[in-house]
Design a protein around this ligand. Sequence first.
Ligand code: KG4
Ligand code: ZN
Length: 369
Amino acid sequence: MSILTLLAVETSCDETSVAIVQAEFSTGHWQSDLPTKIRVLAHIVESQTSHVVFGGVVPEVAARDHLLKITPLAQQALLEAKIQIASIDGIAVTLGPGLIGALMVGALFAQGLATALNKPLIGINHVDAHLAPALMLEKFNPNLDVGSWLQVQAPTFPALALTVSGGHCHLSLLKSSSERVLLGFTADDACGEAFDKVAKLLGLPYPGGPHLETLALGATASTHPFKFRAILADKTNRHGFSYSGLKTQVLDAVRKQLGNPTGKIQGASLNEDVKAAIAFAFQEAAIGQLIDRLKNALEDFEGIQSIVVAGGVAANKIFRARLAEQTRLEVRFAPTSLCSDNATMIALHAFVPGMNLNSPHPFSRYQHH
Ligand code: KG4
Ligand code: ZN
């Protein structure tokens, strides 16, 4: 039996996150097998608040904020984990995709630490890493079981994997935990980004996804006059996504409600019932598209055994319920606390076999997503 301890760093967007995670290999080995158990010793996520006044992430502000926070958070993680830095076996860090300045802060911090400790540095693809918690952990307390050993249990393959966040909307076919074939991605906005933009239009704070979900709960059957058209899949790409048309439909509906003003519009001034009804109809259409593309993939690929869903939007309770209602397959969502960006998923992905650890030009390699 062997135990590996990794310190992981995530700074790709507006969360500064450090985690310390252990993996136990009772039979196999790192990079040839999944571990048998994992244990999160520290999980620290600091969401930057400096962007709220801008209503979206400002890349330069994000990078400067990461720079201020990364060292104290790493020190805090070691204290919480109650381990000495010398006991760390390696450093895992997000190399991309993400905001280049923000990524560089994390990557250079991790590189400096790895060099000083003379330990391996493991570069991680952020989009792939979102899936790692859902791939490894069948049962997980939504509040995160810090300090407990958790049994690793992979889903049944082949599986469909959906990574749906503020920056990405990717549908993949997983033949095993490490063999991923990308089937489709978004032609324009990511699903979470559309949630954020519609939320902003309705006067909700950034990031808007969770606020929009709460607002939509207030919609009652009698106040549901809005229905947004489904954005159909491209005939040549049944697994691709598009959210810009849906966003325009929402914008048109808001303009109409306000008496067709031109220029900057104030959706926040609509009455609460109308806002809730718009939020509800948008959410139905946004989630409907995700489910539609999953159904297309189920029709196109025989023998799919399970569906794995991760990324910030996977925290949406209506989406979780709708998908569970509409399929008899095993559906695994990442634990809620590991849906949005965090370093624990970066550490977990380093324990998924088949990773390329020696990419010579990591930034260019990962930026194309
Ligand atoms: O994975 P994540 O933290 O960042 C990226 O890698 O992009 O995802 C953040 C996104 C934001 O767009 C946020 O509004 C959305 O996930 N999100 C939600 C919910 N919680 C977070 N969208 C819809 N419903 C939610 N409950
Ligand atoms: Zn992400």
